[in-house]
Write a new protein. Structure first.
Length: 123
């Protein structure tokens, strides 16, 4: 199976600072296939390098926030733990999570059911 491809949909603010109202932004993105984990990083070149911003890696035991008991009763384990393809995901980025003013890149990576992570893409 091919690696997940992320599509950035929107960013609320492209410039952050310590000024109130400009100190955080939300990045919205989606993947082209189901993912069981994602990682948002400032700088870095892989899902586990650079500065941590946000991640998601939940499994069945902690997944109850996505489904009620009635909704979950007919789901397979795979469906229960995966984020379905094309689901819009929102990650919050705070100005304190940046390295240095003017040189930051935010990277998003996804992990598919086979354990393959998205690779670094500079586009």
């Amino acid at each position: 199976m091919a690696e997940p491809i992320v599509t950035a949909l929107s960013v609320d603010q492209s410039v952050l600072s310590d000024e109130e109202g400009f100190d955080r932004t939300y990045v919205r993105f989606t993947f082209d296939q189901d993912v069981i984990a994602y990682s948002v990083r400032c700088m870095g070149t892989s899902h586990n390098t650079g500065k941590y911003v946000e991640d998601y890696d939940k499994y069945v035991a902690t997944q109850s926030d996505r489904y009620t008991v009635l909704q979950a009763k007919d789901l397979s384990v795979k469906d229960f733990r995966a984020i379905p393809a094309t689901t819009i995901i929102s990650a919050e980025l705070d100005y304190t999570e940046l390295y240095q003013e003017g040189i930051n890149t935010i990277n998003v990576y996804g992990q598919n059911e086979e354990g393959t992570w998205s690779s670094y893409n500079q586009d």
